[in-house]
Design a protein around this ligand. Structure first.
Ligand code: CO
Length: 205
């Protein structure tokens, strides 16, 4: 292969990378994450998010900054309302320690189906630091959404991924995971111990 051909191949490869570079986010902690989190008790977290009509570079930048913030704070999911943005955008990465596993960006996500089977998993939330409590939710879900390129996607998720997606979609509806905790005694103890007001919880009937 002559040098010129080789260079052409290299530049074509580079071109490919540029196409997806928008969301090539390094999984590392930044000293100054780009976005600020809001915490339980902040009204911002209780407002419903709006559908995103145009998936453009602004939305991709938001997704990228949300991922950087999520990795910096040791999270595996983050919803736009948690950074004060009322848009239907969530980011998820159940394998933050694996550098090459791509994160998921879900725009306007809709849960189409849930399994009858439920399971108990201990949840936490970047907006309620240090509080971890058991929550019951469906084990398997089918969710439709658009990705960061605007392509329609549909996935069936189970286990931790299903759990994180349900938790994050709740945020888009102004729902916090503590609203779904059955053990009120444990919840009151955990919240109080970590400086949160129990009055900020809005139990789901
Ligand atoms: Co959360």
């Amino acid at each position: 292969m002559d040098v010129e051909t080789e260079l052409n191949i290299i530049s074509r490869d580079a071109g490919c990378k540029v196409m997806t570079a928008q969301l090539l986010v390094e999984k590392k902690k930044l000293a100054n994450p780009p976005l600020e989190l809001h915490y339980l008790g902040d009204r911002v977290l209780r407002q419903p998010a709006k559908r995103i009509s145009k998936i453009d570079d602004d939305i991709r930048l938001l997704a990228r900054q949300m991922l950087q913030t999520m990795y910096s704070e040791d999270g595996i999911g983050l919803a736009a309302p948690q950074v004060g943005v009322h848009k239907q955008l969530i980011v998820v990465d159940c394998e933050p320690d694996k550098p090459t596993t791509p994160p998921l960006v879900l725009i306007n996500p809709v849960i189409n189906k849930v399994s009858r089977e439920v399971c108990v998993i201990q949840e936490g939330c970047l907006s309620i630091p240090k509080v971890f409590l058991d929550v019951v939710r469906p084990e398997v879900i089918e969710v439709s959404y658009k990705d960061e390129q605007g392509r329609p996607q549909r996935i069936t998720a189970k286990g931790l991924l299903a759990r994180v997606i349900q938790h994050e979609i709740d945020h888009l509806n102004g729902v916090m995971f503590v609203d779904r905790v059955d053990n009120k005694l444990a919840m009151n103890q955990e919240l109080t111990k970590n400086g949160f007001s129990v009055a900020a919880v809005k139990p789901i009937q």
